[in-house]
Design a protein around this ligand. Structure first.
Ligand code: SF4
Length: 211
């Protein structure tokens, strides 16, 4: 795992436990998380420990990255167990749904994670097609796919969901941002917070930004 946020309202419908996995070979130009590209890094976590960390009262879990379908076996088992508790799974992938369905014919792990996903956001990030309308996605080529009936209505009524940017100021003074926004807007936001003295000077005027 590269990063975990136990509760967020900016990474999918409702309040969610979000897991960024380590490793992505797709490497989209302009990706906001290039620090999660390398297969080395992050921390290993068992399915059992990860499941234990999911609050029982969140709507579901969002898997993003990194690329969840580059480690689909264990994530598929995890996702099945989350859903067995009545919670939902939303998965972001840089692969298209057609590519994943094709891989699923010969890769049991991919088939398992696809089958345990309620809502899939597919396709690589394209910085030439920035999406300023839909929530959660970065570019217009990316699609929402309801793979179970749970989010059928949401896929057709995405405009009723808010696109939120969540700012966290940690006790260490670091600032973390969840959700999607253009770099320029995030810089303006952080600049405003710094001017208002709302970011501690312990950061030395800098902030760690994760989106
Ligand atoms: S698929 Fe996602 S994590 Fe991978 S390079 Fe593209 S935007 Fe970044």
């Amino acid at each position: 795992m590269a990063r975990i946020v136990p509760r967020t309202i900016a990474e999918g419908p409702g309040e969610r436990f979000a897991v960024w996995v380590q490793g992505c070979s797709i490497r989209c130009p302009g990706c906001f998380n290039p620090q999660f590209w390398g297969a080395r890094g992050g921390t290993e976590q068992t399915v059992h420990d990860l499941l234990d960390a999911v609050p029982v009262d969140v709507e579901g879990v969002t898997l993003l990255g990194g690329e969840p379908f580059e480690q689909p076996g264990s994530l598929g088992v995890f996702a099945e167990q989350v859903r067995a508790r009545g919670q939902s799974i939303m998965t972001f992938s840089g692969y298209t749904v057609a590519q994943l369905q094709s891989r699923a014919r010969t890769d049991a792990g991919v088939a398992r994670l696809l089958a345990a996903t309620d809502l899939l956001v597919d396709g690589p990030f394209d910085r030439n097609q920035i999406d300023r309308e839909r929530p959660w996605v970065g570019s217009r080529n990316q699609g929402f796919h309801a793979l179970s009936s749970r989010y059928d209505a949401l896929v057709n009524r995405w405009h009723e969901s808010s696109d939120l940017l969540e700012v966290r100021v940690l006790s260490s003074g670091q600032v973390e941002i969840n959700g999607w926004a253009e770099t320029r807007d995030i810089e303006d936001l952080l600049h405003g917070l710094l001017l208002n003295g709302r970011i501690g000077t312990r950061t030395g005027g800098t902030a760690n930004v994760l989106s």
